[in-house]
Design a protein around this ligand. Structure first.
Ligand code: CP
Length: 337
């Protein structure tokens, strides 16, 4: 079963091929098809880019796509096993997964963390249940832990800027301020992707914003194979100096997980964690990246995101091209030419 739950579900060679195919499609040199295949997209949380690009990718590949918003278009789902279902949830996730698996050739799922208990959220229980019961490939469209399609689009964008050999490229991944604790998925997946591709990674975050230990261990394991370097620092100066790429993202603290008040207090004094002209001046003419949506003048200044250094719209566009590659890889189908 070819699930795509995290990028490391695939070998590096497969990831390279997916990106190469995305670049060829964008240049009009490759046309793929998944004619007659059926994709169901389940959204437990909002989306602009992921929903639009997945739906369009499937249509452009001549496949069929149905999108459901959980709690809006469909019944609320019970996640726990063995409970008496006399609350708000009308359908058990096991039944929903089994039924949707009968209709679809693959199921895409977006489900963020509940935000109360990290030990529970880090199991990605919804993705896990669908992978167990649906009987068809599951595509992670962003969960508590991972956003693999975003990472594919990000690496494609970096390759467009710097060429196909990106080993050793100095890349800064920086925590950024935000009024709310956000999921860690984008930071996790981008760190894993940079580790897989052998980059010179500067991971910059204030005290209290480390990623999950298992993610860091996986990043180091990938780095060992690819000869990537991973420097973790709370020094803006050290983390930004000489970088070619600055990737900004905010995420919530595991230390204060589920306690918004404590985290909010801890964040007071972190408003300086914005990517602005002063920080970009420390770099080697770095490109600015962010997965979007972004809070302007909180995460990044207008002057940076609107500057020629910013490649955020290329990144967003490239989601469409990589998803076409991913859907073709998972669903198969004849190549048209
Ligand atoms: N980057 C990203 O996944 O965007 P959406 O949340 O709008 O889908």
């Amino acid at each position: 079963m070819k699930h795509l739950i995290t990028l490391s579900d695939f070998q590096k060679e497969t990831v390279e091929e997916l990106i190469d195919r995305a670049i060829k499609q964008k240049k009009g040199k490759l046309r793929l098809s998944v004619s007659g295949k059926n994709l169901i997209l389940l959204f437990f949380n909002p989306s602009l880019r992921t929903r639009t690009s997945f739906e369009l990718a499937m249509q452009q590949l001549d496949g069929n796509v149905v999108t459901l918003n959980v709690g809006g278009d469909m019944w609320n789902l019970e996640i726990e096993d063995g409970v008496v279902m006399d609350g708000a949830a009308q359908e058990h996730i096991k039944d929903a997964a089994m039924v949707l698996g009968r209709y679809a050739d693959a199921i895409g799922i977006r489900v963020f963390a509940e935000g109360k208990h990290w030990e529970k959220d880090r199991q990605d229980p919804v993705i896990d249940a669908f992978a167990r019961y649906a009987g068809v490939p599951i595509i992670n469209m962003e969960s508590s832990l991972y956003h693999p399609n975003q990472a594919l689009g990000d690496i494609m964008t970096i390759k467009e800027q710097f060429g196909s050999d990106i080993g050793g490229l100095p890349v800064t991944i920086t925590w950024a301020n935000h009024p709310k604790p956000l999921p860690m998925a984008v930071a996790n997946s981008f760190l894993l992707a940079c580790s897989m591709f052998g980059m010179d990674i500067r991971f910059v975050r204030p005290e209290g914003y480390d990623l999950d230990n298992a993610i860091m261990e996986k990043a180091h394991e990938l780095a060992k194979k690819s000869k990537a370097r991973i420097m973790v620092t709370d020094s803006i100066e050290k983390g930004f100096r000489g970088s070619k790429v600055v990737y900004a993202k905010s995420w919530g603290s595991i230390r204060f997980y589920g306690d918004k008040e404590k985290e909010s207090k801890h964040r007071k004094g972190l408003s300086g964690w914005i990517v602005d002209d002063d920080k970009l001046r420390l770099t080697d003419n770095a490109r600015f990246m962010h997965c979007l949506p972004v809070r302007r003048n909180v995460v990044v200044s207008d002057s940076v995101i609107d500057s020629p250094s910013s490649i955020v719209y290329d990144e967003a566009e490239n989601r469409l091209w990589v998803q076409r590659s991913v859907l073709h890889h998972i669903l198969g189908g004849a190549r048209k030419q």
